[in-house]
Design a protein around this ligand. Structure first.
Ligand code: PEP
Length: 252
């Protein structure tokens, strides 16, 4: 039985007080009303990690960074290493988000360094993949996503690969209010799982959670999460409102 996971990605939003309050509100709602078989992850800014880790009391909520450095330590002004993230008590790190690939030019080579450091420091990578609109319009999304995986997480050993979470996020659906239809989501999630079967075998593929991301909201989560190969969501905008986030958590 694969884990059900709902992960929030707060991006560059909330100051420290607002973020701590949001974490406390999510913690309270999840404790009181959240489905108890769902793993909840809060992907917060680096500056908030320590406070959010201390604020969250519900044991099914974990805390995630949204990035980590590609180098272990040293003269890299402004960078935050995987070891630093781990030392805050965070357990996860989002890697390969399309915003980082696009705005910060993170390519597969950089992502592979980050993946290795995350794993070395016992952080669970939430690894993002997904196609831009023109690729979807050309119906070439499967090849595009497979190549993204082949260049990165498919380079890991089976043992390391088993530790990751995959998030499929069509770029045309991120923050646009346009969601992939339930059929589109199931189709590509099943394709990703079949690519994992090919690479690592059926047992590994059956274990890997594949999350959907892209304008997931309380009113469409149920339909998306009902699909056999959709194991939950990576949630941007709707993770900034505790009630909406709870609605998604309870969408299974
Ligand atoms: C994201 O950026 O990971 C995301 C899914 O954003 P949104 O839910 O706002 O589309």
């Amino acid at each position: 039985m694969r884990k059900k996971i709902v992960a929030g990605n707060w991006k560059c939003n909330t100051n420290l007080q607002e973020g701590t309050d949001l974490a406390a509100a999510v913690d309270k709602l999840v404790a009181e009303k959240g489905a108890d078989d769902v793993v909840v992850i809060l992907g917060v800014p680096f500056t908030h990690l320590t406070n959010v880790v201390k604020t969250v009391r519900t044991n099914r909520i974990g805390v995630s960074a949204q990035n980590c450095a590609a180098e272990p330590k040293g003269a890299y002004t402004g960078e935050v290493s995987a070891e630093m993230v781990k030392s805050t008590g965070a357990a996860y790190v989002i890697l390969g988000h399309s915003e980082r690939r696009e705005y910060y030019h993170e390519n597969s080579e950089v992502l592979n360094k980050k993946l290795a450091l995350a794993l070395k420091n016992d952080l669970t990578p939430i690894f993002c993949c997904g196609e831009p609109l023109e690729i979807r319009e050309a119906n070439a999304q499967n090849d595009y996503v497979k190549k993204q995986l082949e260049e990165t997480v498919f380079q890991l050993s089976a043992n390391d690969f088993k530790k990751i979470i995959i998030a499929y996020e069509p770029i045309w659906a991120i923050g646009t209010g346009k969601t992939a239809s339930s059929e589109q989501a199931q189709e590509i999630h099943a394709f990703i799982r079949s690519a994992i079967v090919e690479k690592f075998g059926k047992d590994v593929a059956e274990e890997i959670p594949i999350l959907y991301g892209g304008s997931c909201k309380p009113d469409n989560a149920k339909e998306l999460f009902a699909n056999q190969d959709v194991d939950g969501g990576l949630i941007g905008g709707a993770s900034l409102k505790a009630e909406d986030f709870l609605g998604i958590i309870n969408g299974f």
